[in-house]
Structure formats: C-alpha cells, structure tokens
Write a protein that binds this ligand. Structure first.
Ligand SMILES: O=C(O)CCC(=O)C(=O)O
Length: 254
C-alpha cells in the first residue's frame, strides 16, 4: 500500500479497519528501540521459558520467531507508556487506551512461517471491541518477505469462526477464507519505522518470508480502550485451546 489513506487517520481507521502512519519512529527513537531489542534477544531471551520466546528450532537461536510477555523487562515495561504510541492509540480507538505487554514478530529467512488469517479479538475476547494493534516495521517489508495483508472493512462484520492451527503463536485461524476475502486484501508495504495499525476485528494474514537473506521483523503493542471488558468464558475457552497446542508441541505450560 502506497501513500496515506484519504481523509484523517481516524476516519481511515474507522472506515477500513486499519491505517498506516509512515515514519512514526525515526532517528534516535528508532535506533534506541532496535538496540534495546538486540539487548533483550541477546541477554533476556536465553533466560525465558518456551512460552515467552517461540523458535522454529530451539537449538538454532537464529530461528527465533516471536516474543511475548516482554513486560518482564524494565525498558519494555516502561515503553508501554510512551506518549506518542499512547496518544495515537487513544486517537484511533476513540477513548483513553492502555498498552498491553510488547511483542516482537519475525519471519527469519530460510524458515517457512505463515501467519494464518485471523482476528485478534478472537484471542483477546474484548467487549466492546475497542482495541487495536500497533505494528512497527523494523525491516523493509513487502510481498517477498511476508508483509501483512489486511482485509479491508472486515472489522465491521463480527468475529468469524476460527479453528485450531499448527502454527505456534497463532493457535487459531480462519479456515473459511474466501476469494472475496482475498479480493479485499490490502498488501501493506512498509519501511523501518513505519507503523501499521489494525482494529482488533480486522482479518489479517501474512505469507512466509520467501527470501533466504532478508529479515522480516516487527515490534508491536496492543492497546485496549478503557471501556473494554474481557469475556472471561470465551477467554477461558481460548486459553484451553492454546494450552492444548503448547502441550502437543512440548512447550512449557503458561
Ligand atoms: O507479524 C505477523 O505476521 C503477525 C502479526 C499479527 O498478526 C498481529 O500483530 O496481530
């Protein structure tokens, strides 16, 4: 996707279920975040349980593909309150919003790792669905290395049925992903420091990284509006399916 959407950011987000903010982080702010991520991966990841750091192959550190629960680290816990992120999330969600624990996503070159079509709120179970994911590119991201693909306006049509996948980190996906969904996909091409923001009910997916040399890394924070409540029954159901997947894959319980 090239250029800014027509209209204000909030209008585009409400209409399409996503919006792109180019050069959201530049210069020292971007390099500081990148060097803190390097530190975290070097010093903290080796101490984490297998449910906080996902690898394609744990014996090969270069195959690290996803980090969650990053609030265990002082820098990343404080980063949740970063004013520019909080102000943008509050503007788009339309109410005061708070960041959850930061996450990191990677599709290391030479691995086959697709992101199945899904809606984040199938996982979060928030009512009303006043939440958004802010996804910051750390590398140039395009079709070759597995850019995000959003289904335009899918956030207005409710939660679709999801089924268990074999993909660690994305335990549930939409199996009935139609040609119409594919026809409404928007490919999100980004440069490092560009930000893609999606509503928690926007369907999105990504292909595997086809390149054998290019990285495809991103840092993300989910923001929840203050009016959101978690539907605990639905969330328990989801957690049970995640635990079953982790057990099947031989990961630590948590
Ligand atoms: O980076 C990816 O491929 C997936 C990210 C994602 O699904 C999300 O942040 O909601």
């Amino acid at each position: 996707m090239d250029g800014q959407p027509v209209g204000s950011r909030k209008e585009a987000y409400d209409r399409d279920g996503f919006v792109i903010v180019r050069e959201f982080l530049v210069g020292k702010e971007l390099t500081t975040l990148q060097s803190q991520l390097d530190r975290y991966i070097r010093d903290v990841v080796p101490t984490l349980s297998s449910s906080s750091a996902f690898f394609h192959d744990r014996s090969r550190p270069e195959t690290l593909k996803q980090l969650q629960h990053m609030g265990c680290d002082a820098f990343f816990n404080e980063y949740r309150a970063h004013p520019r992120w909080c102000e943008l999330a509050t503007e788009l969600i339309g109410e005061t919003s708070e960041a959850q624990e930061p996450e990191w996503f990677s599709k290391p070159p030479g691995t086959v790792h697709v992101t199945p079509p899904h809606q984040d709120n199938f996982y979060f179970c928030l009512r009303p669905p006043h939440a958004a994911t802010l996804w910051l590119a750390l590398d140039p991201v395009d079709e070759e290395n597995g850019c995000l693909r959003y289904v335009r306006q899918s956030h207005r049509k409710g939660i679709r049925s999801h089924n268990a996948t074999q993909v660690l980190g994305f335990s549930q996906g939409i199996f009935e992903y139609s040609e119409a969904d594919q026809g409404n996909e928007v490919e999100v091409t980004l440069q490092p420091g560009d930000l893609a923001i999606h509503h928690c009910e926007t369907i999105h997916r990504a292909d595997a990284n086809q390149s054998l040399v290019r990285q495809r890394r991103a840092f993300a924070m989910v923001f929840r509006g203050q009016s959101c409540q978690r539907d605990e029954t639905a969330f328990d159901r989801y957690q049970t399916s995640v635990k079953a997947q982790h057990q099947e894959l031989g990961l630590d319980a948590s």
